[in-house]
Design a protein around this ligand. Structure first.
Ligand SMILES: NC(=O)c1ccc[n+]([C@@H]2O[C@H](COP(=O)([O-])OP(=O)(O)OC[C@H]3O[C@@H](n4cnc5c(N)ncnc54)[C@H](O)[C@@H]3O)[C@@H](O)[C@H]2O)c1
Length: 292
């Protein structure tokens, strides 16, 4: 897609971080913007900021884990603007711990937002995108969709699935001959609010406790989550700015580029991806090169 002005973009998780950066950038390109988000005060603040910046924006309360709410986001957009040209399947949350000690409620929540949210987005928006003369879907995965660091089981599983689903869509679009294109966004560290994802986590329903497995790292599941949050906060503090990620996404849409590996110059990420893929080809055991 080359021309953005006057066309319509929808962004899930658009009230903060990368999603808000995308909303700012796509709005600056002259698109009508719809942001869907579960955090109402942040959504209202984002709409106010974008409006003040001259963007024609609509905010819609939407929990991406719920198929009906995603469909309602699509219906509201169609009622208002009659089309969708760019759909950013971006809402996501972080969470993990030792895979066998991670509570079911954590698995449900992270997979619910990061994977089911993307599935719901595909089901509600791709039927609209394939009817346009130019359209693009951007699925936000992560470098965690290409490498598998420890203590991030639910997050890694969700993001690997988003990469796989995106490649699947790319091939399916080719088969059906649509003008729609796909990109998968795989950022490294980005300075956002992801370390406080728990702010949007529904209260676990009773049986969300950790597994009965032995406490091998001397921390219960909640302590592991808190440690993970602190490590993540430290990592993203010096991360890329969301606006720089958004600029790369717009470039990728224009170039019809599938892979958006934002931290291209950061050779430790690329080395980790390369080493992981090569170990599969060579049948050697995985090495952890992430922080090298
Ligand atoms: N920040 C990073 O370093 C980084 C790196 C790689 C990938 N990502 C991915 O980028 C995406 C955006 O995250 P971010 O870093 O901007 O974090 P963020 O917390 O700043 O933004 C995430 C947004 O998603 C919204 N959200 C959470 N649960 C939701 C739900 N159930 N329904 C609708 N909206 C929901 C939040 O309210 C928030 O506005 C995520 O998919 C994340 O996994 C982030």
């Amino acid at each position: 897609m080359q021309d953005f002005a006057g066309r319509v973009a929808v962004i899930t998780g658009g009230a903060s971080g990368i999603g808000l950066g995308l909303a700012r950038r796509l709005g600056a390109e002259g698109m009508h913007v719809v942001i869907g988000d579960v955090e109402r005060p942040a959504l209202d603040a984002a709409v106010a900021d974008l409006t003040a910046a001259g963007v024609d924006v609509v905010g819609v309360s939407c929990d991406v884990t719920d198929a009906d709410q995603m469909q309602s986001l699509a219906d509201t957009t169609m009622d208002r603007f009659g089309a969708v040209h760019v759909f950013c399947n971006n809402a996501g949350v972080g969470g993990g711990g030792l895979s066998w000690e991670t509570p079911l409620s954590m698995w449900d929540w992270v997979l619910g937002v990061n994977l089911w949210g993307v599935i719901h987005g595909i089901r509600s928006f791709v039927p609209i995108l394939v009817q346009q003369d130019a359209a693009h879907i951007v699925n936000t995965a992560s470098v965690a969709g290409l490498v598998a660091a420890p203590m991030m089981g639910p997050y890694n599983a969700s993001k690997h699935a988003v990469v796989a689903l995106s490649e699947t869509l790319h091939h399916e679009f080719a088969i059906v001959g649509t003008a729609a294109r796909v990109s998968v966004l795989c950022p490294g560290w980005v300075r956002t609010n992801i370390a406080t994802s728990e702010r949007n986590r529904p209260a676990p329903a009773g049986a969300g406790s950790a597994s009965d497995a032995g406490d091998v790292v001397g921390m219960d599941a909640e302590q592991q989550t808190e440690l993970g949050r602190q490590v993540l906060a430290g990592m993203i503090a010096n991360g890329m700015q969301p606006d720089d990620v958004a600029a790369q996404v717009v470039d990728a849409i224009r170039a019809e580029r599938f892979w958006v590996l934002t931290h291209d110059g950061d050779d430790s990420w690329m080395r980790a991806v390369d080493s992981r893929l090569q170990s599969a080809v060579d049948r050697t055991n995985p090495q952890l090169n992430l922080l090298a």
